[in-house]
Ligand binder design. Structure first.
Ligand SMILES: *[C@@H]1O[C@H](CO)[C@@H](O)[C@H](O)[C@H]1NC(C)=O
Ligand SMILES: *[C@@H]1O[C@H](CO)[C@@H](O)[C@H](O)[C@H]1NC(C)=O
Ligand SMILES: *[C@@H]1O[C@H](CO)[C@@H](O)[C@H](O)[C@H]1NC(C)=O
Ligand SMILES: *[C@@H]1O[C@H](CO)[C@@H](O)[C@H](O)[C@H]1NC(C)=O
Ligand SMILES: *[C@@H]1O[C@H](CO)[C@@H](O)[C@H](O)[C@H]1NC(C)=O
Length: 358
């Protein structure tokens, strides 16, 4: 971008901070991931992995649907904390009308590997999501060049959150009737492959201007109704499955630390969602939860899959850990979000509260 004398004078102007009466802690929130974060991108894609019908969204503003839970996701709670609107689905916008306060690229059923989730239809894998962000950067620069001259400052102060990789297990490695990855890779080597591919895309985000990037661990996948009910498991969790997924989580800190060290000015944050998520399943009463095994909605295939459309969900949603066969309720998301916002042992090395001040 060429800078005229005038634009240099105004380059200190930081539009989001001056255009809003409320206090914003960051100029934008950019969201990447799978159905844990999707705010409706899949509504615009040819896929059966959609949550665009009630009871999904039953407890969200206007009961609007597209989120794979009853209410707000972790991304929505973080947007509220930052004083920003909920990051809208990228696919709901025309390219020349993108907002400056952030976008959501997350896509249900997708993962890090391009083949993950393909039996359900089209979704946006992580590499595609980063590609769409790259397009967005170009469009935003064109649209806002007069009021936002210091674009790199805008991006470096923005918060990026990522939750991806669960489906590389759920809709790939553990789906042995459709994929042979578990024959080709040991759990360690599969985790290594995922973490390596993830790090490549995170580095790409950095090269596009991102500096504050929070990457969440994978949750306790062995405790999902999808796993426990399909295995007719009587206990709370299938620990063998949790063990397989733990290799990914265990490799994440070194990779993120490595990126922070090698990429100047970056802060890659590890969101330790697994420990608290698991604890809330094993000790639900500590968290005010009464049922940590059964989905709240009436879900397809004996409670192991998505919600059956338009059936009335359970009456005590806030006492349930699981909303459907795969996803937690808003209550669980709220616990995870406040952990990351406030607790520097949950989101390490900086909680979000501290990260926005860096
Ligand atoms: C909810 O509906 C009201 C009235 O139609 C609208 O102004 C508001 O933007 C909607 N909120 C969301 C989050 O969609
Ligand atoms: C459905 O799930 C319940 C709870 O896990 C289980 O007791 C029951 O046997 C399952 N039914 C079938 C037909 O698989
Ligand atoms: C850290 O980065 C170096 C250099 O890019 C690389 O060789 C090494 O494998 C990385 N380690 C991890 C844990 O990602
Ligand atoms: C929920 O409450 C309504 C009204 O009190 C009742 O008719 C319904 O049977 C209850 N549903 C469940 C799943 O308990
Ligand atoms: C902060 O997070 C850590 C790691 O998840 C957890 O062990 C600890 O209990 C949390 N502290 C508080 C005060 O919630």
């Amino acid at each position: 971008m060429t800078m005229s004398k005038n634009s240099v004078i105004f380059s200190f102007i930081f539009l989001p901070f001056i255009s809003s009466a409320t206090t914003q802690l960051a100029p934008a929130l950019y969201v990447f991931g799978d159905s844990l974060f999707d705010s409706g991108n899949n509504n615009f894609l040819p896929t059966v992995a959609r949550a665009n019908y009630l009871p999904y969204g039953a407890n969200f503003v206007n009961r609007s649907t597209g989120r794979f839970t009853n209410g707000k996701t972790v991304a929505d709670f973080i947007a509220e904390f930052l004083g920003l609107p909920y990051s809208p689905p990228f696919l709901s916008y025309k390219r020349d009308l993108l907002p400056l306060t952030g976008l959501n690229y997350a896509s249900g059923s997708c993962g890090i590997l391009p083949e993950t989730g393909s039996p359900f239809g089209r979704c946006l894998n992580f590499e595609e999501q980063v590609g769409l962000f790259q397009d967005s950067v170009k469009s935003l620069q064109q649209r806002y060049f007069q009021i936002l001259v210091d674009f790199s400052n805008y991006l470096s102060k923005s918060v990026f959150i990522v939750s991806i990789g669960s489906n590389d297990y759920i809709n790939n490695y553990l789906e042995t009737s459709l994929y042979d990855t578990s024959k080709r890779y040991t759990p360690q080597l599969f985790a290594q492959l995922l973490v390596y591919k993830l790090s490549q895309q995170l580095e790409r985000l950095y090269n596009l201007g991102a500096r504050k990037i929070v990457v969440f661990e994978l949750g306790p996948i062995g405790c999902l109704p999808w796993i426990t009910r399909n295995n007719k498991h009587t206990g709370q969790c299938v620990e063998d499955t949790n063990q397989i997924v733990s290799y990914f989580n265990n490799m994440l800190p070194a990779m993120l630390q490595n990126l922070t060290t090698s990429l100047k000015g970056s802060n890659f944050i590890n969101g330790h969602g697994h420990g608290v998520g698991y604890d809330a399943i094993i000790n639900p009463s500590k968290y005010g939860i009464a049922d940590a095994s059964n989905p709240c909605c009436t879900a397809f295939f004996n409670g192991t899959s998505g919600c059956i459309p338009y059936l009335r969900p359970c009456n005590n949603t806030n006492k349930h850990y699981f909303w459907d066969g795969y996803h937690p309720t808003e209550v669980v998301y709220s616990i995870l979000a406040s952990g990351c916002i406030n607790n520097a042992s949950f989101c390490t090395p900086y909680s979000l509260k501290d990260l926005v001040k860096v």
